[in-house]
Design a protein around this ligand. Structure first.
Ligand code: TXD
Length: 313
């Protein structure tokens, strides 16, 4: 990583992108370059954020642009660009549209920042990590998807609410894909070190797991238009912080597996150590037969998306 000021590029100045830019600057992590295809949008949001800087006592730059030349020399590239699913659009339509967008924006960005760590946010998340691996040719250590941090934060929130304890004392362990195919592991989820099954009945745990799986949809149903962005942006912040500050935090991230957990060549959410080099290590734990089957089902759903992508080229 270059000496001096660090730089993070956020591609997509929508809800998640702009909020992530705000969080990163206000956490004093790095200068931020916010880029979007829409003219004026990233410039306007960046100007607004820059004007908030003195009020937050920081001097990190937030710059908006439509020109990839301005992203040059980024340490981390966060990819939030994409379309939301429109009425009448199938999941596969969305997959193909967003894969086209991710392919194009990531290609342009990494040309100017060949050493960057790329953090994917755009949905369908696991498939977008495959697209970014393909277009960058980067080692798997530097192409990482954000989903598990968000899913586990949601699970922690619901566990804390149920037990009437501080969410900061709750630690939750999730594996697998984003949303429906998430595989929560209650026996590794704890409250101040106490395993969850000691504190809640299997029925209550199952109810919280279901709510977590449905976490994105619950917010969408309330908002009516658009989807969650505060917690997703905070999840991005945690990952970027661990990378830029070489914290080696253990976070669930979507990475390409090469035999770990019995899965080869597919992107799946697993616990990893995140440091300056990106994903430094995958932490592998022994699963029960049932957990293994759930993880395999999650991986199979990613395989379905990857096959659809391959068939389209
Ligand atoms: O856990 C997770 N991974 C997620 C994923 C949690 C929350 C949101 N998740 C997904 O992130 C969501 O399904 C979307 O695929 C992305 C971004 O969500 P956001 O809520 O920020 O969407 P917006 O507000 O629609 O913003 C998308 C922006 C918008 O400003 C577009 O103009 C821009 O992306 N966009 C582009 N920017 C640059 N270049 C191109 N080609 C482009 N196309 C669209």
């Amino acid at each position: 990583m270059a000496v001096g000021r660090r730089k993070v590029t956020v591609i997509g100045a929508g809800n998640v992108g702009a909020t992530a830019a705000q969080r990163i600057a206000e956490a004093r992590l790095a200068d931020v370059c916010l880029i979007d295809v829409v003219e004026g949008l990233p410039q306007g949001k960046a100007l607004d954020l820059a004007e908030a800087a003195p009020l937050h006592y920081h001097d990190f730059a937030v710059r908006g642009t439509n020109d990839y030349a301005d992203t040059t020399g980024s340490d981390v590239i966060v990819v939030t660009a994409g379309l939301a699913r429109q009425p009448g659009m199938s999941r596969d339509d969305l997959l193909l549209k967003n894969s086209g967008i991710v392919r194009s924006v990531v290609g342009k960005a990494v040309e100017r920042s060949p050493e960057a760590v790329v953090v994917l946010v755009t949905n369908p998340l696991d498939a977008m990590v495959h697209v970014a691996l393909d277009v960058t040719g980067f080692p798997r250590e530097r192409v990482i998807g954000m989903a598990g941090v968000l899913d586990s934060a949601r699970f922690r929130t619901f566990i804390a609410e149920e037990l009437g304890v501080s969410a900061t004392d709750v630690s939750a362990f999730v594996l697998g894909g984003h949303g429906d195919s998430m595989v929560p592991l209650p026996r590794f989820s704890t409250v101040a070190g106490i395993p969850l099954p000691e504190l809640l009945s299997p029925e209550r745990i199952e109810a919280l797991v279901q709510r977590t799986r449905n976490g994105g949809a619950e917010v969408v149903a309330l908002l009516k238009s658009g989807s969650a962005f505060y917690a997703p942006a905070s999840s991005v912040l945690h990952m970027v912080d661990s990378i830029l500050n070489d914290r080696k935090r253990v976070l669930p991230c979507a990475v390409l597996l090469k035999g770990e957990y019995g899965i080869d060549g597919l992107v799946v959410g697993v616990p990893v150590v995140l440091g300056a080099g990106g994903m430094e290590r995958i932490i592998e734990i022994k699963l029960t037969a049932e957990e293994r089957a759930e993880l395999k089902a999650s991986a199979d759903s990613v395989r379905g998306l990857v096959d659809t992508l391959k068939a389209s080229v």
